[in-house]
Design a protein around this ligand. Structure first.
Ligand SMILES: Cc1cc2nc3c(=O)[nH]c(=O)nc-3n(C[C@H](O)[C@H](O)[C@H](O)COP(=O)(O)O)c2cc1C
Length: 195
């Protein structure tokens, strides 16, 4: 399997790092684009440099390299994940404003009907953000926000990150260590309760 991973300048750089490491373990070939905004968040939120993150991927590209192979529909791949996805990048995808390599690769995914998974991060979400996300979803992209989950009994931030990475991997049929939801017990039995 071959996937494009785009990192943009929303909070959550560590989610992308964990995803890239997991994809490497799974022998998935990764093609990485890091925006300038993402370079800032990598430095701000992790103890890594953008170059360290680039090294986890099989191939990495400059965000201005609009001439790269992945800018073309003729580059065969199995889909793209944008994690984390800023509201600026969401807006660019929603209107087809492909002025950097990440946006162009996403635009190509939509036009070629390939799987596009967006992990948008902002809070609160404005009407503009919601409208743009709906536009992208209407074009077939999967919106997988990094929401907190509690049913898996997380005790650390790492648990939360693993869970969202698992949700992303699921979209491509890839295995994860995510704890699936298991109904614990039926709390009340309406027939017995009626007796
Ligand atoms: C530390 C930091 C955290 C940010 N977090 C977010 C965020 O969570 N969501 C968002 O939409 N923008 C966030 N931004 C703003 C984006 O980085 C900014 O809009 C940038 O232009 C996005 O460009 P890009 O999508 O090309 O990376 C953040 C910026 C910084 C410096």
């Amino acid at each position: 399997m071959r996937l494009i991973v785009g990192m943009s300048g929303a909070s959550g750089a560590m989610i992308a790092v964990r995803l890239l490491r997991r994809l490497r373990e799974l022998n998935v070939e990764t093609h990485l684009i890091i925006t300038r905004g993402a370079e800032l968040t990598i430095r701000h939120e992790t103890d890594l440099e953008p170059s360290d993150v680039r090294r986890i991927a099989d191939q990495s590209y400059e965000v201005d390299d609009i001439d790269a192979a992945i800018a073309s529909g003729s580059f065969a791949h199995d889909g793209m994940i944008i994690v984390p996805c800023s509201m600026k990048t969401v807006a660019g995808i929603a209107v087809g404003y492909a002025d950097n390599l990440l946006l162009r690769a996403a635009d190509v995914c939509i036009k070629e009907n390939r799987r596009l998974v967006i992990v948008p991060r902002e809070v609160p979400l404005s009407r503009i953000h919601l409208r743009n996300l709906k536009e992208i979803a209407d074009c077939g992209a999967l919106i997988v926000p990094p929401m907190l989950t509690f049913y898996n009994a997380p005790t650390t931030l790492d648990d939360q990150i693993d869970h969202i990475v698992g949700k992303i991997l699921m979209q491509f049929g890839l295995p994860s260590s995510m704890t699936p939801w298991t109904p614990s017990k039926i709390l009340s039995d309406p027939i017995k309760d009626a007796d």
